[in-house]
Design a protein around this ligand. Structure first.
Ligand SMILES: C[S@@+](CC[C@H](N)C(=O)[O-])C[C@H]1O[C@@H](n2cnc3c(N)ncnc32)[C@H](O)[C@@H]1O
Length: 304
């Protein structure tokens, strides 16, 4: 039965991710740079039919950090315009429309957009790439959200393009809330045997994995398949210290993603002309850019 995202990832897509850093001797991140349009591995993976099963509209907070980030901005954005980028299957639709009915969503996966529209036929949900928000006016939104590591699907260079676009479409004082994979967290450059060792000692990490698995319906079978997809890509890590490119481990779908440290995140926010308001770990604890944290993913509140 083809019921998971990893079931449907063609080998050719996985291989093209794998070879992103081979060839002419240019810096690897230049070669991995992905442009808007078709034919790019992460977008192709998110456009597979099984993505719909994976990113169904669970209408639950990802974790306490996501809840804390949205609760922080809620009083300022209630009733105002919201843009939800990378809406996927629609997990965030019900959550964000509690704040405002002036809600628009985009995702670059036509498959996920179709599924999301079917679940929320009365909502404005369109195919669109975060790297090109030209359909939206300057200063159009009080809140832009890019949840659950969606921003990590684009390369380091394209990330700045996305952040500048978001800066442009935010109203002065508007907020950008997103989550990003932690370069210093347990899943960066991971190996299955490290995970096994870690879970013996780290009950919190085990609980978090179980929560995500319950929310997104992954099973032990998915995990094994995910690791099988990941194995040939395991060495394709390009690490710059404050940020990195590398394969998403575990049932990671064959994606090659971006990883950032807290400091790297503070820097990229500033480079894009935004101000850092707050950082939260997965438990909803406030973090400082200079902290060291092993949270798998952290949540960022930035302001124009
Ligand atoms: C991990 S899923 C999260 C889905 C949903 N936001 C959630 O929290 O459940 C990331 C989503 O971001 C979308 N995405 C990634 N890069 C994108 C881009 N450049 N433009 C628009 N959507 C993008 C993917 O298609 C996918 O639906």
């Amino acid at each position: 039965m083809r019921d998971t995202l990893t079931d449907d990832v063609p080998t050719s897509i996985v291989r093209s991710s794998r070879h992103f850093d081979q060839g002419s001797g240019e810096p690897a991140h230049m070669k991995q740079t992905i442009s808007p349009g078709t034919g790019e591995p992460n977008r192709a993976i998110y456009s597979l039919g099984a993505a719909v099963t994976r990113f169904r509209p669970a209408a639950r907070w990802l974790d306490e950090g996501e809840r804390a980030a949205i609760e922080l901005v809620a009083p300022d954005v209630r009733g105002q315009s919201i843009l939800d980028i990378g809406v996927g299957g629609g997990r965030t639709v019900s959550l964000l429309t509690l704040l405002s009915s002036d809600y628009r969503a985009i995702d670059y996966s036509p498959t996920l957009v179709e599924a999301c529209r079917n679940s929320f036929p009365n909502r404005d949900i369109e195919v669109g790439d975060a790297r090109d928000l030209s359909r939206f006016d300057d200063g159009a939104f009080a809140l832009v959200v890019f949840a659950f590591g969606g921003l990590d699907s684009v390369s380091h260079n394209d990330r700045q393009i996305v952040l500048r676009e978001i800066h442009r479409v935010l109203a002065p004082g508007g907020y950008f809330v997103y989550s990003t994979l932690n370069r210093d967290g347990p899943h960066f450059d991971d190996r299955p045997w490290r995970g096994l060792r870690r879970t013996r000692f780290n009950v919190a990490a085990l609980k978090q994995v179980a929560r995500w698995a319950a929310m997104y319906g992954s099973t032990m079978r998915d995990h094994v398949k995910g690791w099988v997809k990941w194995w040939p890509m395991r060495g394709d890590v390009e690490d710059h210290g404050s940020w990195a490119h590398g394969p998403l481990t575990g049932p990671g779908l064959g994606l090659v993603v971006h990883w950032a440290t807290l400091i790297g995140t503070a820097e990229e926010i500033e480079t894009a002309g935004l101000s850092l308001v707050a950082l939260f770990d997965d438990q909803g604890r406030r973090l400082e850019p200079t902290d060291t944290t092993v949270t798998p993913m952290f949540h960022v509140v930035a302001q124009r």
